[in-house]
Design a binder for this molecule. Structure first.
Ligand code: GLU
Length: 324
């Protein structure tokens, strides 16, 4: 074909097509105000997405705990430190039809099983030595149809229903993390539909990341252990598995995970002490080895993505205005 011949491969079709860029995301649960550790994670998620040529999307994960007004304040705080996002904010609770459709697909494929255990049953049984900490011990995994019928009836008599758990197809799964390398971890038989019939959080995250075109998940490294199970679920649902970036958490001097009760750690608290959003960005920048940052863009330009320390950020909540 000569260079001047009409080509069927314009921007929308076939050969030569520029793939739509993937997306990074931030997906807070609106259970309270974001603290500096959460804001730092958001800056990092935005930085990773922008620096790797991705879109950046936002999602409010409001299917579990919700504090009225928190989602709006979280978005205001993220905008105040200079983050922007592409498209509308996705509100997870508006997606229940898609979550249910994914559940139906899992049920049809035999990728789930009914679980009749109470939380207490799980807690007690999961201290068994062969069970990874916090994981489901497998109690209801291989019951006969008769046993299931009997347990279903027993629950119904108490006004309860079974939950649905993932029938993990393999004991472990490997994901790729930009900071942690290839990470292999156990796949839990986690709940995909709660006993009240509501699709569970772990399912919603995977389905919604797929819907938003997320192919890069940057979040706190407390969630690294969940990535193998979520990646496995994505594969079962035919959703592309994202690349992960699990970043270190903010902790107190005592080594516990930073919380609001630890002092002036939200934008509102810090404002009350005379800190502007730019001062807070400066503090986050310093924690990443970037002095003098005033905007999220300053951090984005200067951050050496792969050189990031994996040690937690030890936060000393300020008690007065920022140092000049
Ligand atoms: N919504 C979760 C949280 O705020 C984050 C989940 C995720 O990033 O995958 O803890």
């Amino acid at each position: 074909m000569s260079p001047s011949a009409p080509s069927p491969s314009g921007p929308l079709h076939g050969r030569g097509r520029v793939p739509a860029p993937g997306a990074g995301r931030f997906a807070p649960s609106p259970s309270g105000d974001l603290h500096v550790g959460n804001l730092r994670t958001a800056v990092l998620a935005w930085t990773w997405a922008r620096r790797t040529g991705r879109r950046f999307v936002m999602r409010i994960e409001d299917i579990d705990r919700v504090l009225p007004g928190a989602a709006e304040r979280q978005l205001e705080d993220l905008a105040a430190i200079g983050l922007d996002w592409d498209g509308e904010v996705l509100v997870q609770s508006t997606r229940s039809q898609a979550h249910r459709a994914a559940l139906e697909r899992l049920v049809r494929a035999g990728d789930v099983f009914e679980c009749y255990c109470s939380r207490r049953d799980v807690r007690e049984a999961s201290s068994a030595p062969h069970v990874p900490p916090g994981h489901y011990p497998g109690t209801c995994l291989d019951l006969t149809e008769d046993q299931r019928r009997e347990r279903r009836a027993r629950l119904a008599a108490q006004g309860r229903r079974p939950s649905l758990r993932l029938r993990a197809p393999a004991p472990t799964w490997t994901v790729h993390d930009e900071l942690h390398g290839d990470f292999t971890g156990p796949v839990d038989h986690f709940v995909v539909q709660r006993s009240d019939g509501v699709p569970a959080y772990n399912l919603a995250v995977v389905v919604d990341d797929g819907f938003q075109g997320v192919d890069q998940v940057t979040r706190g490294d407390d969630l690294l252990g969940q990535a193998p199970g979520q990646a496995c679920l994505a594969s079962l649902l035919g959703i592309p598995v994202p690349d992960y970036v699990h970043v270190p958490l903010a902790v107190t001097r005592g080594g516990t995970r930073l919380a609001k009760r630890d002092g002036a750690v939200t934008l509102a608290d810090l404002r009350g002490l005379g800190w502007s959003p730019a001062d807070v960005v400066g503090w986050i920048g310093e924690s990443l080895g970037i002095p003098g940052a005033r905007t999220a863009s300053d951090i984005e330009e200067a951050l050496d993505l792969h050189a990031m320390s994996l040690r937690p950020w030890v936060v000393e909540p300020p008690v007065g205005p920022p140092h000049p």
